[in-house]
Design a protein around this ligand. Structure first.
Ligand SMILES: [Zn+2]
Length: 225
């Protein structure tokens, strides 16, 4: 499996991560969250002789979707998003594309994802984990053999996604993280939608420990007031 992280510079948002995953044998490729700077993404896809099978969106926000149209026209591939996130993909007021200055984006998905769906790139299997909270149809993708998780804006290194945007919900993101992410093996490597991964072996488990600690503190805090 080939995995590349492309750091995209998105107006008003800053650094956003796009990931390219390829099965070396078949060249089947999945692009996760092409948020813009399609030239950068294309350069890597061309170098990999990629056959783009899926463009998977962890959620609908403009900084994760603004390169989708151009990328799709160039390479094909099916646009996949969680079924509850589809209205946001179509509506610039929900995906905030105009607000962050990437234009009024309204896109249609080719297929809708549900919790526990499995998608394949060659022989590599990814499980869809529905993680509402940052948005109501947000997902993570988990690859069991390599123990890697693409977490979108649900969880970052030591923190989690904001919940004050349309369809966001604080209680839901806490529930998603504690019930669906914290139950994964402790040495899972997390590739988030922004900022760095917890790839450093010595620190690999920190994202679980520090984030759990912070979440529990915050949850207690909210419970006591
Ligand atoms: Zn977001």
């Amino acid at each position: 499996m080939i995995l590349k992280r492309i750091k995209l510079d998105i107006p008003m948002v800053g650094e956003t991560n796009c990931y390219i995953i390829q099965d070396e044998e078949t060249k089947e490729t999945m692009v996760i969250d092409p948020g813009g700077e399609v030239d950068k993404i294309s350069e890597m896809l061309d170098a990999l002789h990629a056959n783009v099978k899926y463009i998977v969106l962890t959620h609908c926000h403009g900084d994760h979707i603004s390169g989708v149209k151009e990328l799709r026209e160039k390479y094909g591939g099916k646009i996949l998003i969680h079924i509850e996130e589809e209205p946001g993909l179509e509506d610039p007021a929900i995906n905030l594309s105009d607000y962050i200055g990437v234009g009024n984006i309204s896109l249609e998905a080719d297929s809708r994802l549900n919790d526990n769906d499995l998608i394949h790139i060659g022989d590599i299997e990814f499980k869809i984990i529905h993680t509402p909270g940052h948005t109501k149809g947000g997902i993570c993708l988990y690859q069991d053999d390599k123990k890697i998780l693409f977490s979108g804006d649900t969880i970052f290194k030591g923190s989690w996604g904001r919940t004050d945007l349309p369809t966001g919900n604080f209680a839901n993101i806490i529930k998603s993280i504690t019930d669906k992410i914290m139950v994964l093996p402790e040495d899972t490597i997390i590739y988030p939608g922004h900022r760095k991964t917890n790839h450093d072996k010595r620190r690999r488990t920190n994202i679980f420990r520090t984030t759990t600690k912070r979440i529990l503190n915050e949850e207690n805090y909210f419970k006591t007031i």
